[in-house]
Design a binder for this molecule. Structure first.
Ligand SMILES: Nc1ncnc2c1ncn2[C@@H]1O[C@H](COP(=O)(O)OP(=O)(O)OP(=O)(O)O)[C@@H](O)[C@H]1O
Length: 275
């Protein structure tokens, strides 16, 4: 659905954010992870055509994203982390903006607002950050675009709203959708995101499904520290570790531990995942 080929990008007079990067994204709820400043938001901007590659290209379906053709824009919605909302209700906002998206469902929109307990008639200028965010998430998801880009969607959401967000997203996800969620709040999205992309300076370190990751890496919690661990974190009950999965044991992915293991073993991760 999204093909990035030999992409290079830098902001004016700045060091490159991406250097000759190629990768693709198919269907799935992608978790886009990376340290602060590595380029997650920039990548979402490039995919949605808000920033242009310096070299190479980014194609969304068969459209060059930089051209921002109406046909491409109707297939994709990008919800930034922070945004300005006009002085109107989310109901009016939807009325004026949903016309650009052929699969918008008013029924879904109302049901998501209801689930989030957001008043569709209240002026968004009079809402808290979290209420505004939920209003915009309800709008974004009710558009039913095949591609949805969400930058830190759980930022500002209270604990019940995070659970509602997960449940709405899982209920509307279908095999023909590509949702990309850039986040630092991986615990909010555990058991939801798959595949996982980890960006490293100028490059993609990992772009793999959870199954591929757990085939190559073994995640454990043990009372004592495993000798051959790639990464170990002390926890209350002992150690949470990542080892190379030499004998194909099954384990449950721990995204935070994966991320820390990846960042502290970049060369090994490249070798393992061929990224
Ligand atoms: N408009 C801009 N002009 C110049 N540099 C910029 C601009 N926007 C971002 N940058 C720089 O580009 C780099 C990537 O920024 P970006 O916001 O994409 O990172 P990020 O991975 O989303 O970070 P975070 O996790 O902190 O949100 C950072 O070093 C940032 O300082």
């Amino acid at each position: 659905m999204i093909n990035i080929t030999n992409l290079s990008f830098n902001y004016k007079n700045n060091l490159p954010i991406f250097k000759n990067v190629s990768f693709s994204m198919k269907n799935g709820i992608y978790g886009l992870l990376g340290e602060n400043g590595v380029g997650k938001t920039t990548l979402l901007h490039i995919i949605s055509g808000l920033r242009f590659p310096k070299n190479g290209n980014c194609r969304v379906f068969n459209y060059e994203s930089a051209q921002r053709t109406p046909a491409m824009l109707s297939q994709l919605y990008f919800l930034p982390d922070e945004f300005h909302t006009p002085s109107m209700s989310i109901g009016s906002y939807a009325k004026y903006n949903a016309v650009f998206y052929p699969h918008f469902s008013k029924e879904q929109f109302n049901s998501y607002l209801n689930e989030f307990q957001v008043d569709g008639d209240k002026n968004m200028m009079e809402m808290s950050f979290g209420q505004r965010k939920k209003a915009m998430i309800a709008f974004a998801l009710a558009l039913n675009t095949p591609i949805v880009l969400l930058d830190e969607p759980t930022n500002g959401l209270d604990i019940p709203s995070k659970a509602q967000f997960r449940s709405i997203l899982s209920s509307l996800f279908t095999e023909d959708k590509c949702v990309i969620i850039s986040t630092h709040q991986v615990r909010d999205l555990e058991n939801l995101i798959d595949p996982i992309i980890i960006l490293d300076q100028n490059q993609v370190l990992i772009n793999n499904t959870v199954e591929e990751i757990t085939q190559k890496l073994y995640f454990s919690r043990t009372p004592s520290k495993p000798q051959d661990a790639l990464y170990t974190e002390q926890i209350l009950q002992g150690y949470s570790s990542v080892q190379i999965n030499e004998i194909q044991q099954e384990s449950t992915l721990n995204i935070e531990v994966l991320f820390n293991a990846a960042i502290s073993n970049k060369a090994k991760m490249r070798e393992l995942f061929n990224a």
